[in-house]
Design a protein around this ligand. Structure first.
Ligand code: CTP
Length: 397
């Protein structure tokens, strides 16, 4: 899986830096090409000579080579890499990465990296438990980085707790699994609805909801990363995507979203309905702005919108999988399972507004998946990027 892969191994200044030598050897043995980038304090723990001898490449640490003045391009390195692994990642480097403090070659390389980034924190248990470290790690996760969680065990301080860097074999396995799963949607077409819909009342007003589109876009990114060709039919949102595998079709109303989905769905293997579609729309949109009348309170007459998920459920072929969402405030499980059946879905992802950190606008979500075979799987609170991964993994399984 790692044969021929270009890996940047970032080493920061922690005791666990000695383990990076074993990690480097595992990568090299697996046939990867490794470029080591080490921070100035990393060199206090492990010598560049050992690392360059094992990797077969000069170790990069400074912006310039002292004698020749040769400039090391962090941009070129960032483009060269298929993956960047930072092991160990100290509290200080984690803070710099989370906040874009580009004061050494490793951080500038991280900020320029286009490839997936894997971070293996290593520090004392109190530093690990500090709210600022926790916040920085959450920030890094929310940017889509992979955190390889530290293990519990004896630390360099002889204290026992969480903070010990994952063993080199564990980090190596993580990378192997990542690349193994990385193209499992190759050649598949995926339709995703995302965001809210706006139903026009007059030229300046609409009926809408608080959906940010973050969950749908995170699912799209994950599917695209795994090789799928993705189309998002998106309601009005302020987020966007740069992925070349994602085509975004912007719509406003439920009717327009419905029309686009009917066109695209027949070519797709999967459809994931994460949009918060308005169930009703004004019967008509006033031609001019509705004025405030002195005595009269306007009544807006509504009509039912099409149920997009249900209409795709009607035309679905056995080769296609249809996935819905249910955002509920009460009687969650019963409502979700009822929707799964009524809309002829293969699986439904439930989030409850009773759970803190779940639902609209947040960067996190807490989901339960029900499938048409009667299985129920509950997940803990996670970042929306990680939730997206869980959903895609469940679909593939
Ligand atoms: N959905 C849809 N079109 C609609 C309404 C909902 O495609 N007009 C999809 C949503 O994207 C979601 C699923 O159906 O995947 C469930 O949406 P939800 O709003 O929870 O269900 P409703 O059928 O609208 O039921 P209710 O609002 O009564 O809870």
């Amino acid at each position: 899986m790692l044969k021929g892969k270009h890996i940047i191994l970032g080493i920061t200044g922690g005791i666990a830096a000695y383990k990076s030598v074993s990690l480097l050897r595992l990568f090299i043995k697996a046939g990867a090409e490794v470029q080591v980038v080490i921070t100035p304090s990393g060199k206090e723990f492990i010598t560049p000579v050992t690392l360059s001898a094992l990797s077969g490449k000069p170790v990069v640490s400074e912006f310039f080579t002292a004698n020749s003045g040769e400039w090391h391009s962090h941009v070129d390195l960032g483009l060269w890499a298929d993956a960047m692994v930072i092991a160990p990642a100290t509290a200080s480097s984690i803070a710099k990465m989370a906040n874009g403090v580009a004061d050494n070659m490793l951080i500038t390389t991280y900020l320029s990296a286009k490839a997936p980034v894997f971070i293996a924190p290593a520090m004392d248990l109190d530093m690990m438990a500090h709210p600022s470290t926790k916040r920085n790690i959450e920030l890094l996760k929310s940017y889509g980085n992979h955190i390889i969680e530290p293990a519990e065990g004896e630390l360099a301080s002889h204290l026992i707790g969480k903070g010990r860097m994952e063993e080199p074999e564990g980090i190596f396995e993580y990378l192997k699994n990542f690349f193994a799963s990385s193209q499992d949607l190759s050649g598949k077409k995926v339709l995703i609805t995302a965001g809210p819909t706006y139903e026009k009342i007059d030229p300046v007003r609409f009926i809408g909801n608080y959906s940010s589109g973050k969950m749908g876009y995170a699912i799209a990114e994950e599917a695209a990363r795994r090789g799928a060709e993705v189309t998002i039919v998106s309601g009005p949102v302020s987020i966007s995507t740069n992925s070349p595998n994602i085509n975004v079709i912007k719509v406003e109303s439920a009717r327009d979203m419905h029309k686009e989905c009917l066109k695209i769905f027949p070519q797709c293997e999967y459809a994931i309905m994460s949009a918060a579609v308005a169930d009703y729309a004004p019967v008509e949109c006033a031609e001019n702005k509705i004025k405030r009348e002195k005595d009269e309170i306007p009544v807006i007459k509504l009509t039912k919108n099409p149920d997009i998920a249900a209409s795709l459920g009607e035309i679905k072929t056995p080769k296609q999988k249809l996935i819905g969402f249910a955002l509920e405030t009460n009687n969650e499980e019963v409502n979700a399972v009822e929707k799964l059946k009524r809309k002829n879905l293969d699986m439904i992802v439930l989030n409850s507004l009773q759970d803190k950190g779940a639902g609209f606008g947040t960067d996190t979500n807490k989901i339960t998946i029900f499938d048409c075979e009667g299985n129920k799987t509950t997940y803990p609170l996670k970042s929306k990027n990680e939730v997206a991964k869980d959903i895609i993994e469940y679909i593939i399984k």
